[in-house]
Write a protein that binds this ligand. Structure first.
Ligand code: NAD
Ligand code: DAU
Length: 348
């Protein structure tokens, strides 16, 4: 029996990680700690929330007492830390909330784990889930490896880089057993429609403009979210203490090419003429400090732990579009209220 704390489990990736652990490890108690910010939604977990090995705790990772209380109440011996502010555009408007949650929140969790486990780090693990954005931006050539120097450009990536440094500092200074993974762009079900793919699916359905930043030439490396969750499972169980693993899709797309592919798939599902929605493409002012290209070399994870993506992009994008079209109520719920204000400020 293990008691595993998953932070941010009501968010996009976190909900897939919680589902995978609850279903695959009936012997583990999974405790999902989440503040339920605009990005967190318990609807994401309604298929598993009555399982006996699942518990939800509503708390802020920045609230040290609440975190310490959760560690002792549930006798936590492992943590997978995903809770974060995660959207680059929001970090440009409000960098402080990113420093608070991503840096101070992570430090709180590290300190709570260290103090609760003090003296006995055996069979304990602090797993920090991070991003490839800490490595900065690539030109047309090359890949990020685990030894690429950190060079963050956005307040979001700076806050994630800072949290990575704190995690490593706790390993070097106190011997806290840690592991870190840095992943590329995820896509799939339950992603909040502020990120490129779900935002554009929703806009195509509603015949709204598709706001392409700059000339649409930036490149991202896309990974299906369930493959990320599987990689987290493998690293949690087999990763080497103190190590970092890069996770990527071996799947680079120029934004504009990805958008045109997405349009084709959504148009087909909607019974529109293929490509008809290309007329919605609208080039808008570029994102400030917009990183040109991310591309992950995930060969360490493949060679050492045997993980590689299971899904081809074509299949992943079909499944994703289908999910959004079949879950219009979910989309409607998360895009009412505060989202409308965000959308107006951001795009109108
Ligand atoms: P998300 O924004 O969908 O979810 C974040 C979750 O954290 C939400 O449930 C939210 O309620 C919770 N949260 C936020 N602040 C909190 C706080 N103070 N206390 C407790 N809970 C809080 O994010 P995501 O896209 O699922 O990303 C999850 C993690 O993976 C993040 O750490 C992110 O940096 C990392 N990551 C994301 C991607 C991606 O493509 N989305 C890629 C690589 C790494
Ligand atoms: O690389 C991993 C990162 O991927 C994660 O750490 C972040 O949490 C996640 O949000 C994502 O960051 P990006 O900034 O790459 O994702 P986003 O979906 O916001 O944007 C993808 C690309 O699409 C990027 O080049 C900006 C562009 N874009 C985005 C939006 C929202 C547009 O052209 N128009 C848009 O409206």
């Amino acid at each position: 029996m293990r008691n595993i704390l998953i932070t941010g489990g009501a968010g996009f990736i976190g909900s897939h990680v919680v589902r995978l652990f609850v279903n695959n490890y009936p012997d583990y108690n999974i405790i999902n700690l989440d503040l339920l910010t605009y990005a967190g939604n318990l609807e994401n977990l309604k298929d598993i929330d009555d399982k006996p090995n699942y518990t939800f705790v509503k708390a802020d990772i920045c609230d040290y007492d609440a975190v310490v209380d959760t560690f002792s109440r549930y006798k936590i011996d492992g943590i997978i830390h995903l809770a974060a502010e995660s959207h680059v555009d929001r970090s440009i408007k409000d960098p402080f909330s990113f420093a608070r949650t991503n840096v101070m929140g992570t430090l709180n969790l590290l300190q709570a784990a260290k103090s609760y486990w003090e003296g006995n780090f055996e069979n304990k693990l602090f797993y920090h889930v991070s991003t490839d954005e800490v490595y900065g931006s690539l030109g047309n050539e090359g890949f990020f490896s685990e030894t690429t120097a950190y060079d963050p450009h956005s307040p979001y990536s700076a806050s994630k880089a800072s949290s990575d440094h704190f995690v490593r500092a706790f390993y070097d200074t106190y011997g806290l057993p840690i592991v870190i993974s840095n992943c590329s762009n995820n896509y799939g079900s339950y992603q909040f429609p502020e990120k490129l793919i779900p935002l554009f699916i929703n806009n195509i359905c509603n015949n709204k403009p598709l706001p392409v930043y700059g000339k649409g030439q930036n490149v991202r490396d896309w990974l299906y979210v369930e493959d990320h969750a599987k990689a987290i499972d493998v690293i949690f169980h087999k990763g080497k203490l103190g190590d970092t693993y890069n996770i990527g899709g071996f799947n680079e797309w120029k934004n504009i090419d990805l958008i045109k592919t997405l349009i084709k798939v959504v148009d087909r599902f909607l019974g529109r003429e293929e490509g008809a929605s290309e007329k919605l493409i609208t080039y808008v002012k570029d994102r400030a400090g917009h990183d040109f290209r991310y591309a992950i070399d995930a060969s360490k994870l493949k060679n050492e732990l045997g993980w590689e993506p299971s899904l081809q992009f074509e299949e992943g994008i079909e499944k994703t579009v289908k999910w959004y079209l079949e879950n219009k109520d979910w989309v409607k719920n998360v895009t009412s209220g505060e989202y409308q204000k965000y959308y107006k400020e951001m795009y109108e």
